[in-house]
Design a protein around this ligand. Sequence first.
Ligand code: COA
Length: 259
Amino acid sequence: MKYKNILVDFESDLAIITINRPEKLNALNNEVFNELENVFDQLKKDKTNVVIITGAGDKAFVAGADIKELNKCDEKTGKDFSLKGQNVFNKIENLGKPVIAAINGFALGGGCELALACHIRIANSRAKFGQPEVNLGIIPGYGGTQRLARLINTGRAAEYILTGDLFDAEDALRIGFVNKITAPEDLIDEAKSLAKKISAKGQIAVRAALGAILQTNDSNLNDGLNYEAELFASCCKTNDFVEGTTAFLEKRSPKFKNR
Ligand code: COA
């Protein structure tokens, strides 16, 4: 399918999704959400191992929900607006495969929330982050109040969300929002290199590990540990497990077949 607002590129087992409205700083309108939903439904089924999301141009990852569309919301349509974005971002988080946000500029409002729905975040040194919705008389509606608080702690999330203040890449690294900062020209190569490293592992183990990590959102420690043990056991019945452990004992590199 050809998309109007996103670019979809495949390189071997990687997919690179670029939000492509640079003239509007890649703001998320309804069409972008429909296209993202469609592409993530496809990515769930195809042979992609790792997904990278970035923004077109050198200024923005995503500067938020499209304020022109937002401006028309009333109480009823506002709820739909919020639920639609949450639903698409849930699909990204629950893809079952790792998704890396390559944050190449402004990640504000819905852009910050998109990054939060990804599993790993790296940014270039010019990136700027924030949840400035309070300046528009609203609150984050695409998961920001929940995922930001879980990622960086409730006190810091409260400060950023209640003031609408932006934070820069150095702050993002310091508070654990991003894993790494790169020079602007190195961001995509760095994201690809990370994606390739993950893609070279056995994907049954990668997906089981991701599932177990995400379970921390929904369960207490005991339930999470039980789930981990179940997934651990399911890995132990795979050819990849036999290959990985045998390769170690034979002092060679494993050749995973994802079986
Ligand atoms: N929704 C719709 N359009 C947006 C947008 C958004 N979230 N963010 C930027 N744009 C548009 C601008 O309206 C402008 O369009 P125009 O050229 O047709 O007037 C274009 O993108 C460029 O943005 P501009 O504001 O001129 O760039 P800037 O460099 O002066 O400022 C920002 C950059 C990111 C600081 C500023 O665009 C901004 O504050 N955006 C909104 C951020 C926000 O509140 N996001 C949360 C939304 S819930």
